[in-house]
Design a protein around this ligand. Sequence first.
Ligand code: BGC
Length: 728
Amino acid sequence: MHSLTSVFIVVLYSACVPVHQDELPTVKEYGFDDKYEPMVDSILELLTLEEKIHMIHGNGMFVSGGIERLGIPDLTYTDGPTGIREELERHSWDPLNMDNDSVTFFPTGTALAATWNTDLSLQYGKAIGNEANARRKDILLGPGVNIIRTPVCGRNFEYFSEDPLLASDIAVGYIRGLQEQDVAACVKHYALNNQEYQRWIIDVEVDERALREIYLPVYKSAAIDAGAYSFMGSYNKFRGDYVCENDYLLNRILKDEWGFKGIVVSDWGATHSTVKAAKNGLDVEMGGKSGQHFFALLADSVRAGLVSEQIIDDKVRRILRVMYNCKKMDSTRFQGKTNSPENIQVAYDVACESITLLKNTKGLLPLNSQEIKSIAAIGENAVNQYAKGGFTAGVKARYEVSLLEGLQKKVGDKIAIHYARGYKEEFVVVDTGGKWPYRYPDPDADEALIREAVEVAKKSDVAIIFAGNTRNVETEVVDRETLKFPFGQDELIKAVSEVNSKLIVVVVAGAACDLTYADSLSSTIVYAWFNGSEAGNALADVLFGDVNPSGKLPFTIPVKLEDVGAHAMETYPGRNFKVNYSEGILVGYRWFDTKNIEPKYCFGHGLSYTTFEYSNLETDKVNYLSDQDIILHLMVENTGNSPGKETVQIYVKPLGSSVERAEKELKAFRKIELKAGEKQKVKMEIDIHDLAYYNDTVKKWVIERGPYKIMGGSSSRDIREVAVVNIK
Ligand code: BGC
């Protein structure tokens, strides 16, 4: 499980006593293999300055330069993060429209995180790496790991969570799996690209404590625990400097503190300078007018003595290191295969485990195929495809089973399915005078489509409304303005609920939506995500009970946007291109729980068709020293009638801390599977270093002595067992 390997950790007495000083992180099992270093050095010696410069910028949209004379091939990149992007023209974003570049579309980031299953994220990484190999790609631009600070961020669907531990553990699995296939991860978007609105220009300010405790841990785990080979520098600024020329983030933290030996690649067009970017830690300039900064201008700067050649050598050494570790020049590199049955199985498994049952108060689910004769399937999302869209995260899927197709295949001719479109995906386009066109989802309902939906709902035993967003609503570059369902879906839900009380709302989305209205009108709500090629099969299996749902929310669903920290503090989207994260460490459920705000559905929530009882939370000791682990056991019993999976969650709160602490923080979790009636004593561990807070004044991690409350439960607000331990 996650370990927060700290550079400095101190225990707080009346004075600070250091426990581990200057403890440098080491990458053991994962990450770069030192055996390649002599080869890297010997190649470096053969290169001229011009050749070195040729290697550190894009010479195509998704290619950086190789050296033919020495047999060093071009390095190839691909988006990411949920499938291998289709082939584009070398120097443009236009697709080549080939007939052999379609792939498996894997469930998007929040779906993967909703599984809370780190074995599955490893399988996911392997499968996507396998497909990258088949397409001869060296660097996969993913995973996208930014912390979900606001539910409106357009790219939340690509990311994992509002919680650093869940995001880290899912990311580590993904990266290890991917790199096991000899494909480099490019962890993005480092860092603080937590909104799309004005992402190119905003300057983010966040206090050091929140930076270290909330925003950086996932990158640190990616670099140290997973040994990621590359990172992508984001578009935004941080404390006044663009990230791609930010000495603090790139050199001091990533490369010096965390010992990262791989490459930092700019986001596409995110490089803004030559000398500053070269010196401050950027290794490869990609996108935009690639080579604008890291080509002729950089060569001139080296010749003029403004940038030393050692700096260029360091960049090239990193590139060669990645090439060797990916076996770029080695015939034993994995071949890979797109759309193989194994990869499709992973897409299906992740989709099944991601589906999150939020509410089932009348027990409508699972559907009983013996009793039901007809189903009204309402809403465009039942027939939509989700692989394309979302801009650079779009995938050309070999196939995608729509939610309606999944249902139809499942019931055959045993149950009549009446489909009605229900609403229309339409956008209102605002004239921006030639600038980036601005458009927002039309909030208005289509009365004729609602009437048609009402008719099919009336004549059906059960009505399922497929509501939520599309890949055009949640997308790169823009944030949503509202959490409300688009296209008048609330009106549709109201009208259908009036004629059929057996109403199930299936939400297709990658981020939180406003469910208040749906919740008041429907007894049954399911989050179905943007769930990849197998989305329809997985959902049908869950709805009919062949698969027991086990997804849990990786983020909070608020009652309203203003309840979210960044919005309550009015620090989103910022003013005059400055965004100050003044809610500090209170991100996601940390904010809701500490400020006592009731969410609509809390972080970690997700129901099953069976029930789990928790008992006997025990710790191996009562008193601990700061270098020990807390070993805990918790008894979990499946008290229902069907087998099921449950994610046991452990939250911790220090009692009587000298600084502000969140009401609770996730510190461990484990997903288990139990047959009906089966019991398991679940073992989990917490490294006491993970209970430290970052002290901004002394610039160190500090473990406070004293009592800590350990809470075990089924979600962040369904705590079943509590224990108290002491740190001496
Ligand atoms: C996105 C990256 C993506 C890159 C290349 C940028 O617009 O922010 O996530 O990898 O384009 O397509």
